[in-house]
Structure formats: structure tokens, C-alpha cells
Design a protein around this ligand. Structure first.
Ligand SMILES: [Zn+2]
Length: 253
């Protein structure tokens, strides 16, 4: 029986990535890394099952380096980044739901669905996803770009915020733009979405048209915001991000 699999090994917020050779993740038979029962199947990689596991130390593998998740996109491209992001989110979920949040009993891993179950009260904990809406507001050629105090110096992006309980994506888009810059929007148009595993967002990106109001940055949230012509753009986010693709698509339209 063939037992080889690919392994996404994590230790101290880094993943072990092979920087030489044809494969990004190490391939080994089950148990080669002393992997405990808690290994999580995350999908297929190069025709073999791929598992993720937290380890106490990385094994010595020639050419393999501990690598932050964010760097994997540049090293290995979007498909491998997606797999690594999924692995990271599932490992976090396992690590953060070892006990029932309602009664404190140690949880059990369910075999037939991605859930941790409390054997005492039956509470199920699924991997957490936090949907967030991103909106690029346009007024003719001009784009509304803003910067948060958390951005790298000089970088501006589209507006974004987390969806609140009971809210639709459309309501969230209107509220976020109103709160963050005091502007009204209309004609919301879906663009695309992207899992953003820092730590567990799903970014859902839209275009919208400007419908009124003067830009008033929300204190503490928005450091600066303004209208930008395509020829006078500030620094933009990393090309890994959906924000970059959204802005790029607006410029190409
Ligand atoms: Zn419980």
C-alpha cells in the first residue's frame, strides 16, 4: 500500500518549504516526521494527499527552510499559497478549539466532517471564517484610495471591513464606506473573492460608484484618503492581494 504523502509542517508560525528541487513541501511516508494523530488532510498536492501538522521542531531536510506564509506566494505561486493558507487556518482551528467553549470539556475530532465536537454537550466547532468586504469607489476615472495606520508607509488601498452579524454584503459595503470616509455609494458590482489567511478572512471585493459626500477620514481607522487619477497613483498593496487585482482591473477597464 502506498503511504507517501506531502507534509505541511508548521513550527513557530513558519512552514517548512523546500527551496531546491521540484516540490515545495516535503514528501514522506506517514509517521516519518513522528506526526501525531492530529495531522489534518488539507487536499491534494502533485497527485498525492497533503497533510498539515504542528511539530515541536523541524526535521533536518536538505534545502528546506522555515518560511512565513506570506512569502510562499512569491516563492511558489497562488495555488501552493492557497494550500498553505488552508493548512494554516485548519491548524489554528484545531489548536484553538481543544476545549468546548460552552462547557470546557476536551473536544474530539470528528471523522466524517470538518468539526471538533464536545462529547459532553455536543457543541460543534467548525473552522472560523471571517468575511470582509472590500470596495473600490470610482468617480469617473478617479479612484478612492485610503490608508490605514497599519499599512506599510506610503501604501494606499481600497476600503475594507468585516461583515457584522446579521448584515448582507451589500449593507456592509455601504456602511464601511460611510463610516471610513463619509461617502455614499451606488451601483455595487461584484468583482472577485480571495481567502486571506491572516488569520481567517474571506475577502469579497466590489466596485462601486460615487454617489455623494465629501471625504472625511474616520479617526483611528483611516489615516488619509483621497481621489486618485490613474496617472497619479500612490504606492499600492502587494500584488498577492485582491486589493491589487481590484485596482488593476479598474485601471484596465
Ligand atoms: Zn461542551
Amino acid at each position: 500500500m502506498k503511504t507517501d504523502a506531502y507534509w505541511i509542517l508548521r513550527f513557530e508560525h513558519r512552514l517548512l518549504v523546500c527551496t531546491a528541487g521540484d516540490t515545495v513541501f516535503p514528501c514522506a511516508p506517514a509517521g516519518a516526521f513522528g506526526c501525531p494523530e492530529s495531522a489534518i488532510y488539507v487536499g491534494e498536492y502533485l497527485g498525492l494527499p497533503c497533510h498539515a501538522v504542528d511539530v515541536d521542531e523541524f526535521p533536518q531536510i536538505a534545502g528546506a527552510e522555515p518560511t512565513p506564509l506570506r512569502a510562499i506566494f512569491t516563492l511558489a505561486g497562488p495555488e501552493v499559497f492557497a494550500l498553505a493558507g488552508r493548512a494554516t487556518q485548519l491548524l489554528d482551528w484545531r489548536a484553538n478549539h481543544r476545549y468546548c467553549g460552552r462547557c470546557g470539556t476536551p473536544t474530539e475530532i470528528m471523522a466524517d466532517e470538518p468539526a471538533m465536537r464536545c462529547p459532553a454537550c455536543g457543541l460543534l466547532a467548525y473552522p472560523r471564517l471571517s468575511p470582509a468586504v472590500m470596495v473600490l469607489v470610482r468617480d469617473g476615472e478617479k479612484l478612492l484610495l485610503a490608508r490605514s495606520p497599519h499599512f506599510k508607509p506610503g501604501v494606499y488601498s481600497a476600503l475594507a471591513g468585516f461583515v457584522e452579524a446579521g448584515e448582507t454584503l451589500e449593507q456592509c459595503a455601504v456602511r464601511e464606506v460611510r463610516e471610513e470616509v463619509g461617502v455614499e455609494i451606488t451601483k455595487l458590482r461584484y468583482f472577485s473573492s480571495q481567502p486571506w489567511p491572516f488569520p481567517n478572512s474571506l475577502m469579497i471585493a466590489f466596485f462601486a460608484d460615487y454617489a455623494g459626500g465629501a471625504i472625511t477620514p474616520q479617526p483611528g481607522e483611516i489615516e488619509d484618503a483621497g481621489w486618485y487619477l490613474p496617472t497619479e497613483l500612490p504606492l499600492l498593496p502587494d500584488p498577492v492581494s485582491i486589493a491589487w487585482r481590484l485596482i488593476d482591473a479598474a485601471l484596465a477597464a
